[in-house]
Design a protein around this ligand. Structure first.
Ligand code: TRP
Ligand code: ZN
Length: 507
């Protein structure tokens, strides 16, 4: 039994703690964790001499188990079912076999316990769990909705690092999109599979802490039939032919939110090049993953675009945050694009069409790598920090290409009553036009009021302060106060909160 006040308290704590996704933190905590474990073993021994009080009705929990259940939520205002508390994931190793009739997965999750845990939850939708282990010991599990509960059989002590393993299989069950009439998650098609997960689809293909507050590094290892390829985020670090097919290992060694993790499987060609940008010490590996039959034609259309965009955005926002970038074009008419980390998802048909509109969307998804991916939203109600920023960048890019002020034009297209406030959203409103356009104009209003120098310093301070982590609307307003002025804060506040959209200065 869980008491509601405990849950709320845990949720608040989880929300208040900045997500610890810094892999360097692991080393510090290991020594302390070892110490704590020793101490707690001592305590457990002493306890053993006392007769157990309340364990009779909890046969699953051994005598050594300590602490409380980890929360089944991080307390997100839009999605109370999203994420969990009591631990912080450091690394996911996801081994997937797509060669059989069902998806077979082995997930290994390294996590830092942020409290003494008698049980912990992962988010998982559908799939059958075959076995779960904590630190190598098989543990009992329970399922309810999106919640997979692992019951501890040995002490899990605050500040220790634990290894959680989940073996699972099944036919992935995509979930309804809260905002669009479509489905999200691991999606199977006659030609192969792909992942489109934002916001809650990640749990359809791996167990995890499915909330952008808890970012982690990822190793994604996918076995596919010979002749197919599997692509994922980051760099291809290994490719092996075996008796069952080909195994691809993709490594994302920068923190990634679960909703941005992706895989694509099918008859694709990967085309790789490198670009050395001015702002970075190491080159960026550019790799596009395109249907083999359309690859050459699409590459001719998009040739050089991402290099040019990266060069421009690095001047404005600071160094490109990852070691790789590229697009995947799936042989589907998607009608949308999605900023999966380092591997933005498009329909191949849209990439093949040489239009300014698609170029604008390419700029948008690239800009998300800074805004949304590197700096992630602390809650889903902060989604304008993704979409407004990426929309500002795509309008800016089209301004560069056309030589015409796109902000002026866009502000004239919408009357102030049609674009409501940016926060206090319903799930269905997350990706509405106001979040994109009023969000972009919020930034442009700050730029016009405070000037280019102050504005771009703010944008770079945003990526350096919160890159690799998550930030909220209040964090943004605080940074505006730090880098601009009290007037700028109240201007930003009315752009974010007022019922009516303010007028764009100078428009
Ligand atoms: N973030 C996407 C964009 O603006 C939009 C989006 C939200 C989306 N949820 C999605 C796209 C799910 C595909 C699937 O670029
Ligand atoms: Zn977007």
């Amino acid at each position: 039994m869980r008491l509601a006040p405990t849950l709320v308290a845990l949720a608040l704590v989880a929300t208040a703690c900045p997500s610890n996704s810094d892999p360097d933190a692991s080393a510090d905590t290991t020594a302390r964790a070892a110490e704590t474990t020793l101490l707690s073993d001592g305590a457990a021994t002493t306890e053993d001499t006392d007769p157990p009080q309340t364990t009779d009705d909890e046969p699953d929990e051994g005598l050594d188990v300590i602490g409380e259940p980890g929360a089944d939520t991080v307390g997100d205002p839009l999605f109370p079912q999203a994420g969990n508390g009591g631990y912080d994931v450091l690394h996911y190793r996801l081994e997937l076999d797509t060669t059989g009739p069902e998806l077979v997965g082995f997930a290994t999750i390294e996590a830092l316990a942020t409290q003494d845990l008698s049980s912990l939850n992962l988010d998982l939708v559908g799939m059958t769990v075959d076995e779960a282990r904590i630190d190598g010991q098989v543990v009992p599990t329970e399922r309810e909705g999106r919640e997979l509960t692992l019951l501890a059989v040995a002490p899990i002590v605050e500040s220790s690092i634990i290894t959680i393993e989940v073996d699972y299989h099944g036919e992935p069950q995509p979930v309804p999109d809260p905002a669009f009439p479509t489905i999200l998650g691991w999606i199977e098609e006659p030609w192969g599979s792909y992942v489109a997960a934002e916001p809650l689809g990640a749990a359809t293909w791996f167990p995890g802490n499915d909330h952008p507050l808890d970012k982690a590094t990822f190793e994604i290892i996918v076995t596919v039939e010979s002749g197919e390829i599997a692509a994922g985020p980051g760099l291809l670090v290994d490719q092996q032919d075996g008796p069952d097919g080909t195994t691809f290992t993709w490594l994302m060694d920068d923190p990634m939110a679960t909703y941005l993790a992706s895989v694509v499987v099918g008859d694709f060609t990967i085309t790789t090049s490198e670009v050395q940008s001015e702002g970075r010490e190491t080159p960026i590996v550019l790799r596009d993953v395109l249907p083999t039959s359309q690859s050459d034609q699409i590459l001719r259309v998009i040739e050089g675009r991402h290099e040019a965009m990266i060069a421009e955005f690095e001047k404005l926002f600071g160094p490109y945050p990852y070691d790789s970038y590229g697009v995947v074009g799936v042989p589907e008419s998607l009608g949308y694009a999605l900023e999966n980390q380092t591997l933005s998802l498009f329909g191949a048909d849209s990439l093949a069409s040489d239009s300014l509109f698609i170029e604008q969307i390419q700029a948008h998804e690239l800009a998300h790598q800074w805004f949304g991916n590197h700096v992630s939203p602390a809650t889903w109600d902060d989604i304008w920090l993704n979409e407004g920023f990426a929309s500002w960048a795509d309008l800016y890019w089209i301004g560069v290409v056309t030589g015409q002020d796109q902000f002026q034009r866009t502000a004239g297209t919408f009357d102030s009553n049609s674009l409501g406030p940016l926060t206090d959203l319903q799930p269905s409103e997350m990706f509405n036009t106001n979040v994109y356009i009023r969000g972009a104009l919020t930034l442009e209003a700050l730029r016009r009021t405070e000037g280019d120098d102050a504005f771009f310093e703010l944008m770079r301070a945003w990526t350096t302060t919160y890159g690799g982590s998550s930030a909220s609307t209040d964090d943004f307003l605080a940074l505006v106060g730090e880098w601009m002025s009290a007037d700028a804060v109240s201007l930003a506040r009315s752009w974010i909160e007022d019922e009516q959209m303010p007028r764009l200065p100078g428009a």
